[in-house]
Design a protein around this ligand. Sequence first.
Ligand code: C2E
Ligand code: CA
Ligand code: CA
Ligand code: CA
Length: 279
Amino acid sequence: AKRDAGTSYRFYNRQLHISAGHQIKLEGDLRNALRGNELELYYQPRIDLVTGEVRGVECLIRWNHPTRGLVMPDEFIPAAERSGLIVPIGYWVIEQACERLRESADLGFPGLVFAVNLSFRQFHDRKMTETIFRIIFNANVDTSLLELELTESAMMHDPDYAQRCLRELSQLGISFALDDFGTGYSSLTNLQHLPISLVKIDKSFVQALGQSGDSEHIIRAIISLAHSLQMSVVAEGAETEGQLDFLREQHCDEVQGFYYARPMPWSDLITFLHDRNRL
Ligand code: C2E
Ligand code: CA
Ligand code: CA
Ligand code: CA
């Protein structure tokens, strides 16, 4: 389904590289989307490899376009970043995630972690911590259940400022995950002074399991290093039983992948949780 939704929108990407006019059109559409409630979060479960229960969910944005249907983030996040619109969109995502976090506790699933993606571009906003603080204060949620996912490169533009943001937010109880790990340049040891409690192994390594001998070694090394630094590990992109078996043998903590579940709308997630987690 992801592919189908994606291909009908390929023209957005293509035209972005061709004409500034279309970029302006896309940005205008996106601005209206934010105002007009066309954005929606989908939720992909993260499964504990020992208990099989859902430990948390990653919140993934979708755009319900009035005429074009479901648009995937890869088709509009880059434009949102270029235009700076990712800043208000990013705050909307955190607000929405906090609302769902509260709802999940009310529905009998307390302790579920909600992970939200932070774009590098959001670190250009000098009011980031202040604004996030206001959002979670108003939402009145257990901040220890809110996790922000960032990539290594997100912190590169202004490492000192990024570090300060992470410290301030972690003092509020928010935790941080390093996304797409293994694809960047820095090493975990460079990052150990940052308040990062979780590493997400990029799906390219998981999907290369059994095809390239290297990926096994890389995954094994990431898990053992992360654990020695007291970080948990989530493997992304697990689609097969074989990948799962390997990850379990390596004591990977959690798995997020199509094998268990695709990202889904909120109402489907509730059904999934009822089936999966004992109440
Ligand atoms: P990401 O943060 O790496 O998110 C995980 C992506 O991997 C999701 O794609 C998810 O559907 C996909 N995935 C998970 N398991 C599997 C699997 O087993 N097989 C395959 N083939 N794919 C799997 P999605 O939802 O299309 O999101 C793409 C990217 O868009 C995200 O990558 C993230 O970088 C960005 N994104 C999504 N939502 C947001 C948001 O709210 N804010 C920002 N800044 N970026 C977002
Ligand atoms: Ca992510
Ligand atoms: Ca990722
Ligand atoms: Ca990615």
